[in-house]
Design a protein around this ligand. Structure first.
Ligand code: PLP
Length: 381
């Protein structure tokens, strides 16, 4: 046997990759499992996006390698999107790099900025990929706790108490997954000041700002943020295009060039048709967002009912594609979700997969049809 690289010992198979095998076995044995675990939008992208992608197949350019920086029209559309929705000015020539999904950006940024032994601030609870990528590039995660008492926002005073001497990068993710907490302008300002004081690059991962949220905000809207911040964004949730894989990293040209150095050595551009479709998506009118959110609003009301029938509490002001619910004090998240899966064939995500601060919480996805959520409520009752 060939020994695997040491870095592989630092990570485990992704929780959902393992757990979905178990769920699929249940389904294969005839159990009618309702999946409220995964945040993969089940709704369709805008029709004009699908039509544009389909029509692009007949374009003579469609089958060639594409530019490493994406089509200029795609970067124009991304700049327009940032201007319209976040009031942030970006140069399409220098400040934007389209990505094949925003997840890959986490690796590219880490490869561009981290050496072995550098430290990275990672939210707890938070998206597990920040931690696994940090370990894969042989840097050291330092977790910072987010807490309900502070509305799941970073506690800057507590951060200042940490040994920050080796910290080069900090992941923040607002609106926050899994809690649905929204940023405040003040919180973003404090983060930018913190980054400047300690020469840390902050990356705000921002894929959820249009889901059940009336005030989309970018960290780049803070004055001077571009010096020390990057932002990742994604079309996966906003336009139901998760499988098409379109995202972007935006920020100052120097940072973008550094990331491009990594990325241009890893892939050879995004499929032409997807870029054409993404341009159409980014130009959607307000009506798209209103319609999308009216569906999620109905689903969320049902999920709230389901949470109540499981004796959980939740924050009605939370945003995003999930409901983050607190279990009664005596229950452990993983034991609880295993029980609900076994007895009621409903799959819910345990909060612990997002870190120790997720103990005592479970996460429901809104990516399920109302009939399925109603059926889940009926099963619990
Ligand atoms: C917090 C967070 N960041 C990034 C991603 C990745 O999104 P994309 O589909 O753009 O790779 C997800 C997807 O679930 C997420 O929850």
């Amino acid at each position: 046997m060939i020994d695997v690289a040491k870095r592989l010992h630092s990570v485990e198979e992704y929780y959902f990759s393992k757990k979905l095998r178990e769920v699929n076995l249940l389904i294969a044995s005839g159990k009618p499992v309702i999946n409220l675990g995964i945040g993969s939008p089940d709704l369709s992208p805008p029709q004009k996006v699908v039509d544009t992608i389909a029509n692009s197949l007949f374009d003579s350019n469609a089958h060639k390698y594409q530019s490493y920086q994406g089509l200029p029209e795609l970067r124009d559309a991304m700049a327009g999107f940032y201007k319209e929705h976040y009031q942030v000015n970006l140069s399409p020539k220098t400040d934007i790099l389209p990505l094949i999904g925003s997840k890959e950006g986490i690796m590219h940024i880490s490869l561009a900025y981290l050496n072995e032994g550098d430290a990275v601030l990672i939210p707890n609870p938070g998206y597990p990929t920040y931690q696994s990528v940090t370990k894969l590039v042989q840097a050291t995660p330092i977790f910072y706790d987010l807490d309900k008492r502070n509305n799941w926002l970073p506690d800057i005073k507590a951060l200042e108490q940490l040994d920050l001497s080796k910290v080069k990068l900090m992941w923040v993710n607002y609106p926050h997954m899994p809690t649905g907490a929204v940023p405040t302008a003040m919180a973003f300002r404090e983060l930018v000041e913190f980054a400047k004081r300690h020469r840390i690059l902050i990356v705000n991962d921002n894929p959820y700002s249009f889901i059940l949220n009336d005030s989309p905000m970018s960290i780049l809207s803070v004055e001077g943020a571009k010096d020390v911040c990057l932002e990742l964004n994604s079309l996966s949730k906003t336009f139901n295009m998760a499988g098409w894989r379109v995202g972007m990293v935006v920020g100052q040209s120097e940072h973008i060039n550094n990331i491009l150095k990594v990325k241009s050595n890893m892939d050879s551009g995004m499929f032409y048709g997807i870029q054409k479709g993404a341009i159409e998506a980014l130009k959607c009118s307000k009506m798209w967002y209103v319609t999308l959110n009216s569906v999620y609003k109905k689903r969320r009301e049902l999920i709230w009912q389901l949470a109540e029938s499981l004796n959980c509490t939740y924050d009605v002001k939370a945003t995003g594609l999930f409901v983050w619910a607190k279990l009664p004090a005596y229950l452990k998240a993983e034991e609880f979700i295993d029980l609900v899966l076994k007895e009621h064939h409903i799959f819910i995500t345990p909060g612990t997969i997002f870190g120790s601060q997720g103990e005592g919480y479970i996460r429901f996805s809104l990516c399920a049809q109302t009939e399925d959520i109603e059926e889940a409520i009926a099963r619990i009752k």
